[in-house]
Ligand binder design. Structure first.
Ligand SMILES: Cc1cc2nc3c(=O)[nH]c(=O)nc-3n(C[C@H](O)[C@H](O)[C@H](O)COP(=O)(O)OP(=O)(O)OC[C@H]3O[C@@H](n4cnc5c(N)ncnc54)[C@H](O)[C@@H]3O)c2cc1C
Length: 312
């Protein structure tokens, strides 16, 4: 239970001031969002833990982000504290096992694997964001997901305690883990890898990047990746949301300054200065079209963060 109501002075314990009125569009790849009342960038695990514990203790609504590649912020910003996780570091734990702090980018992890000739995670090449964001959403590509390779992790749990857990704690499924439901924050994760050949790891990464280049918008495009999850039909088959959207005529749709990406119907892009409202209205239209044509209900993969909300 929170003990005291919020007073910014309590956050002096962080030794680094909370920033005020920070524009969230600079922290989301969608480049959309109003101002957050408070903002804190944690560069160590200790800072990350302290910021979360203080927010919980003083009833300040908070939300943790990694790279902001899967998030749509509200036009009204955020009434509370956005904590950005930049606690980074990756290394070998023991033979064929690596460990990474949750704010480490997937790109940094892949660079480490290439330099050390460690194989197995090359499918992550080109997925932007941090280890924390990737584990939280069980990110993946080419029919592989990060959760499959995670062996154990250190979390800050609901009670504010640091705990060590094994893979089964997460109940990983398609683009899902139980982290949010369990009100836990990932601090560090350990992954199984295999000893391999540096050149082969590099080649495999480059091959994956090349395949993605043909299908995904380039890095300069403001978006948050696939907007919807691929739905599972009543016969148990998984179908591409992009295919259904394409068939439903999505590629010509636009609301305000938000549009469907011509190269892939499951990407909503910000043409320039789109509002979150534009994106949400367009998403609603896309869902309706697919519902009408295929009787399939699409589920959002991108997370919309309303201004008045908090981490569970
Ligand atoms: C061009 C593009 C291509 C993409 N391609 C793919 C793809 O191929 N496959 C795929 O799976 N995704 C893809 N994505 C989506 C995105 O890259 C992933 O979801 C990624 O894992 C997001 O990481 P992030 O650090 O940016 O998370 P954020 O967007 O910052 O946060 C996402 C969620 O993770 C939670 N979170 C973040 N850190 C922690 C933590 N330490 N502990 C607990 N929860 C945490 C946040 O609270 C939030 O709920 C793509 C996105 C873009 C823009």
């Amino acid at each position: 239970m929170p003990e005291k109501s919020f007073d910014i002075n309590f956050f002096n314990k962080l030794k680094k001031p909370l920033q005020k009125n920070i524009s969230l569009r600079d922290y989301s790849n969608f480049r959309i969002g109003g101002k957050a009342d408070y903002f804190f960038e944690a560069t160590t695990v200790d800072e990350l833990k302290k910021a979360i514990l203080l927010a919980r203790q003083y009833s300040l609504p908070y939300y943790l982000i990694g790279g902001g590649y899967n998030i749509l912020f509200d036009d009204d910003g955020y009434r509370g504290l956005i904590i950005r996780n930049k606690a980074q570091g990756v290394g070998t734990r023991r033979r064929e096992e690596i460990e990474a702090l949750s704010g480490t980018s997937l790109r940094q992890v892949l660079q480490f694997l290439t330099e050390n000739g460690l194989a197995g995670l090359e499918f992550l090449a080109g997925i932007p964001g941090t280890i924390g964001g990737a584990v939280s959403s069980n990110a993946g590509a080419f029919d592989k997901s990060i959760g499959h390779f995670l062996s154990e992790a250190i979390l800050l749990d609901k009670k504010g305690e640091e705990i060590q857990v094994r893979k089964d704690y997460f109940s990983f499924s398609y683009r899902q883990s139980q982290l949010t439901e369990k009100q836990a924050v990932l601090l560090k994760a350990v992954f199984k890898v295999q000893e391999g050949d540096k050149k082969k790891v590099q080649e495999s990464i480059e091959k994956n990047l090349k395949i993605r280049k043909g299908k995904h918008p380039s890095e300069e495009v403001a978006c948050a990746g696939s907007f919807f999850k691929n739905p599972v039909l009543s016969d148990g088959k998984k179908v591409s949301a992009g295919f259904l959207l394409d068939q439903a005529g999505a590629k010509d749709l636009k609301v305000g300054r938000a549009a469907v990406y011509r190269g892939h119907a499951n990407f909503i892009i910000n043409l320039d200065r789109a509002s979150a409202k534009d994106v949400l209205l367009l998403a609603q239209e896309l869902k309706e079209r697919v519902r009408e044509k295929f009787s399939v209900e699409l589920e959002e993969e991108v997370i919309f963060l309303p201004a008045a909300s908090s981490m569970p």
